[in-house]
Design a protein around this ligand. Structure first.
Ligand SMILES: Cc1cc2nc3c(=O)[nH]c(=O)nc-3n(C[C@H](O)[C@H](O)[C@H](O)COP(=O)(O)O)c2cc1C
Length: 269
């Protein structure tokens, strides 16, 4: 159970978020790619300007050239305009974005080209998700560099990771092809929000032996997460978001097992 924070804790946490800008050594401050990476924010409010085809094609090209394990390119992309999304899902793209891509991890690709590739669902799943995530990040950053905002979504109502079974049917996905996220793209409306709280480098880097992050700092970080969520979504809460996961995760786990393990599920249990 998350411990609620009082009004003073809320204000303090918000101040820490606002001050928590990424640090760049002065000599590197003019680096365009570094600035794109450090200033990128997930956008959840878009205006109605369409994304030109050549801009969107460049974003997809960035996905195609992403690095991957043994260059296996274990990914595929379901690509939507606002109209084709509405045709498929019967509602607008989340946040009224203009384009959407559902990113799939094609975990069966290695074995479909190398018959001798050992059958190892967990390794193939990990490779597939890892590579598809890199392609997703390339799209996200290419979009940002071209002035287009985006947000990756695992919970979108009916088109995220938690709806793998529904997407398998809707998009005709074979066993082994796992929808891992939806990315929605558009021109952001309003000011760029402050960066949600990040753990400090000394909490996530270690030398030689793993070091557990400081529990006090982890608590402060969780307070900042809750305060930031409340400030960004006053009518919702971090707890409400957790409840969505709690309600859907059991079924999602079953569906993912079926998709990843296919017919072997029963014998593997
Ligand atoms: C795989 C993945 C899934 C995500 N799913 C959601 C989601 O379902 N809903 C949402 O509002 N944001 C989602 N996000 C966005 C994160 O909340 C966001 O990246 C994080 O809060 C950090 O904020 P920033 O991207 O602005 O730096 C997701 C991000 C990733 C990488």
């Amino acid at each position: 159970m998350l411990k609620p924070i009082g009004p003073l804790g809320f204000v303090k946490a918000l101040l820490r978020i606002i001050r928590g800008k990424p640090r760049v050594p002065p000599a590197l401050a003019g680096n365009a790619l570094l600035n794109t990476i450090l200033s990128r924010r997930s956008a959840r409010n878009y205006d109605s300007r369409p994304i030109p085809d050549d801009v969107f094609d460049a974003i997809l090209e960035a996905a195609r050239v992403a690095p991957s394990t043994v260059n296996l390119q274990t990914w595929s992309f379901a690509v939507f305009t606002a109209a084709s999304w509405r045709d498929t899902f019967g509602r607008p793209i989340p946040f009224k974005a203009q384009r959407a891509v559902i990113v799939m991890a094609d975990t069966h690709r290695a074995r479909s080209v190398f018959e001798a590739f050992p059958h190892s669902p967990l390794v193939e799943y990990t490779i597939g998700v890892m590579n598809a995530s890199l392609a997703a990040m390339n799209m996200n950053l290419a979009a940002e560099a071209l002035g287009v905002s985006s947000v990756m979504l695992s919970e979108t109502g009916r088109s995220g990771l938690l709806d793998a079974g529904y997407l398998k049917e809707t998009l005709g996905l074979p066993d082994g092809v796992i929808p891992i996220m939806t990315i929605v793209f558009g021109y952001a409306r309003g000011a760029r929000p402050p960066m949600p709280p990040r753990l400090a480098l000394d909490q996530i880097c270690f030398e030689k032996r793993y070091v557990e992050p400081d529990p006090g700092l982890m608590r402060r970080w969780m307070e900042e997460m809750m305060a930031g969520y409340k400030a960004a979504f006053p009518t919702s809460s971090f707890e409400a978001q957790l409840r969505v996961y709690q309600s859907k995760i059991g079924q999602a786990e079953q569906e993912l097992r079926r998709l990843v393990l296919g017919h072997s599920t029963d014998t593997d249990r």
